[in-house]
Design a protein around this ligand. Structure first.
Ligand SMILES: [Zn+2]
Length: 384
């Protein structure tokens, strides 16, 4: 049946949304991407792609599907098959339905519509004999957690001249997005009876000093930095915990800080800057003791507005009477990993990131068709 699946991106979006692919690293007991990947692989085989299903970890596959002249300036179209949890959703997450021209379901906007658009686009361009380049469709696992899917592709030596990640951008061309760093600060105090100010050291109040210092740092340093598409970097205190009892000086306080980085900043630099703030506090207050660690960092993504890929997508969008607007994307995506690996990458897709991970998730059916048209033109023009 799959071999006869229509070249219809809205129908394919619906079929993909109907398969639960919640990320098991985010939701205990969730099924993961395997069922969705197997279904998509069979559809793509039926459309003439050379398809492989590669397990990155047991039951966590990537779909890699190739079509067009092998090895000729390959263009990657990339999307993630995993979706986030469905708690508090106000409609059935895995029974997609269309209302007023919008398709509802978990993953409708993030990002099964993008996957459907890129698959149908490549298949249509191939079917009309328009491909001068090989198109490599990669539908990966785990972008919502640690991106083991796209990392495995790149570590496995995937070769390509460019990549389009079809995350929801509302059909805007997004060559840049921020990175992030998760930094944990552990403040060490000294436990003592609440009456013993002469002995106790209050780790929670020291966390307060650090918070005040972070506030100054954001206003005086981060606000002075800027990127043309992304604006300024930022930070926020995401979680705090500490203390044991009313009448006890808190021995420990843990503060988790997220720093959003712009191109030119790394996670290590972000850590060093906070280290510097802590050193300054320690030099003015002998008992101040904070230890910082970089828990996780993902790089920013930055492709020039006149890179061949950016120009190709802008031209295709304008040819299809879209504005071809170029802008920054607020969230992190796998495009950063492609750029870091030397494969120029940008984001372009249907749907709105503001509706991702939400209680209500939907995508405009007309935008799925528009994205497909633009991507079909990019595929057909690539390498000519
Ligand atoms: Zn996404």
């Amino acid at each position: 049946m799959s071999s006869n699946f229509p070249l219809d991106p809205v129908a394919l979006t619906e079929a993909l949304v109907a398969i639960d692919s919640r990320n098991p690293s985010l939701v205990a007991g969730a099924p993961g991407e395997a069922n969705c990947a197997r279904f998509l692989a069979s559809v793509l085989s039926g459309w003439g792609f050379a398809v492989s299903l590669d397990d990155v970890r047991p039951n966590r596959p990537n779909v890699v599907a190739r079509i067009g002249p092998p090895g000729q300036s390959p263009l990657v179209l990339n999307g993630h098959l995993d979706v986030v949890g469905t708690d508090n959703m106000v409609h059935d997450p895995f029974r997609p339905f269309v209302r007023d021209g919008n398709l509802y379901g978990r993953g409708a906007t993030d990002m099964k519509s993008g996957i459907a658009a890129m698959c149908v686009a490549a298949a249509r361009a191939a079917a009309r004999g328009a491909l001068a380049s090989e198109i490599i469709v990669t539908a990966v696992c785990d972008e919502e957690f640690e991106s083991i899917g796209t990392r495995a592709l790149l570590d496995g030596g995937l070769r390509a001249t460019a990549a389009i990640v079809t995350e929801p951008t509302r059909l805007t061309i997004c060559p840049a997005h921020k990175g992030f760093a998760w930094i944990e600060a552990t403040l060490h105090g000294k436990a003592a009876h609440g009456s013993r100010y002469d002995v106790g050291v209050d780790a929670i109040r020291h966390a307060g000093l650090l918070l005040a210092s972070l506030d100054e740092f954001e206003h005086h340093v981060l606000m002075s930095r800027s990127h043309s598409l992304l604006g300024r970097p930022s930070l926020h205190a995401a979680m705090i915990s500490g203390g044991t009892a009313w009448s006890t000086f808190a021995e420990l306080c843990t503060l988790r800080i997220e720093r959003r980085t712009i191109p030119g900043e790394t996670g290590e630099e972000a850590l060093n800057e906070l280290q510097f703030l802590c050193s300054a506090l320690a030099s003015s207050r002998e008992s101040f003791d904070a230890r910082l660690s970089l828990v996780c960092a993902q790089p920013p993504s930055d492709l020039s507005a006149d890179a061949p890929l950016t120009r190709a997508v802008v031209a295709a969008a304008q040819h299809r009477t879209l504005p071809g607007t170029v802008a920054g994307l607020p969230c992190w995506t796998d495009a950063a990993l492609f750029n870091e690996a030397g494969i120029p990458a940008l984001c372009f897709g249907p749907g709105d990131i503001g509706r991702a991970h939400s209680a209500e998730e939907w995508v405009e059916c007309a935008d799925i068709d528009r994205a497909t048209d633009v991507l079909e033109d990019v595929c057909a023009a690539w390498g000519k």
